[in-house]
Design a protein around this ligand. Sequence first.
Ligand SMILES: CC(C)(COP(=O)(O)OP(=O)(O)OC[C@H]1O[C@@H](n2cnc3c(N)ncnc32)[C@H](O)[C@@H]1OP(=O)(O)O)[C@@H](O)C(=O)NCCC(=O)NCCS
Length: 190
Amino acid sequence: MEQKGTQVLETRRLMLRPWRESDAEMAFANWMADPAVTRFLTWTPHGDIGLTRARLRQREEECKRPNVYHWAIVWKDGDILIGDIEAGTIDEYQQTGNLGYCLSKAWWGRGIMTEALTEVLRYCFEEVGVERIDGSHAAENIGSGRVMEKCGLRYEGTRRKGFRLPSNGQWVDIVCRGILREDYFQGENP
Ligand SMILES: CC(C)(COP(=O)(O)OP(=O)(O)OC[C@H]1O[C@@H](n2cnc3c(N)ncnc32)[C@H](O)[C@@H]1OP(=O)(O)O)[C@@H](O)C(=O)NCCC(=O)NCCS
């Protein structure tokens, strides 16, 4: 494996690039304050843009580290910041990424996260050379499960009451998924 960090990536409609503190205005306006987006997430909507700025300042620094894989999702046509995708911090020895993603609600249902995740998996397996990518989601978060499934992450089990949602205090079952290097290359010689 070769740590390459958060390099700029491109797909047909999207650019994935490192985070900047100056993304705060668009990120706050487009999803970071929206409870519909954070419903199943580990964080609650930002009450003021100062919090967004602080988080993104930290993220901008993290994105400079060679073992951090965390992109802002930009809609190329018009240069609009619409979401976030990460494979986390990849440990040199474990060689495993851990997925997280979210998208501004106005952009849901157009195949955007599938397009972004397909490219992140390509980069992680083909260029970085990881062994495995983990994904997990609340069982009720059908859309997120579908994105992972479409991108080849296999079902590996369910942790009953695996997480307590900050959004409403309820415990939810967590579906665990994963894709291995050999699943990704399927018989090719990686
Ligand atoms: C989950 C999320 C990233 C999906 O992004 P997206 O760009 O809308 O996803 P895509 O369009 O690529 O694919 C979504 C798939 O789920 C399906 N889907 C979405 N909601 C569904 C539902 N309630 N029931 C059944 N299928 C559903 C869509 O039909 C589509 O599948 P298809 O292509 O087979 O028709 C987006 O909804 C989001 O940001 N949600 C809030 C944050 C979040 O939950 N993040 C994940 C945490 S694990």
